[in-house]
Design a binder for this molecule. Sequence first.
Ligand SMILES: [Zn+2]
Ligand SMILES: [Zn+2]
Length: 159
Amino acid sequence: MDNTPKPQESLALYVKRIRTSLGISQTELALIAGIHLQSLGKIERAMTTKLNSKSQRGLAYALQIPSEYLDAAVRGTPIGASDSLKFCPDCWQPGTPPEEIWLLVRSQCCFLCGTRLRNSCANCNEPITSLKFRFCPYCGKTYKESNDSESQTKPPKKN
Ligand SMILES: [Zn+2]
Ligand SMILES: [Zn+2]
């Protein structure tokens, strides 16, 4: 079953399609997702086109999909669009395209070395929209970190 939102598929149609494919009623879905039946009805009738984080988590859980998929449906952007561009700062070679497996929505860590994948500039946190450039267009820092002296000047880790 293809459970990714199709291009042009609205949140309403997407939720309804996945729910139908799971063979559950609105009542059941609302119950599993922990949201009001009325709220779910509004979502499926396209009267609600944005989800708060609680509904999104609940729906993703109940529909057995990553919550990024709901995000994509809300925004109307296909999965794998530029906002999910991720790469391994250790394995990526500047000037080469990123490994496809890094780009999967569910990939959090590099399949080769286990380093946490990065989707934004380590220096200024702007999202990476293209790896054609080896430098961040916002701050000019290289995307690929070198392991040497620079580690001294890294900002403290955010948790
Ligand atoms: Zn790696
Ligand atoms: Zn930057």
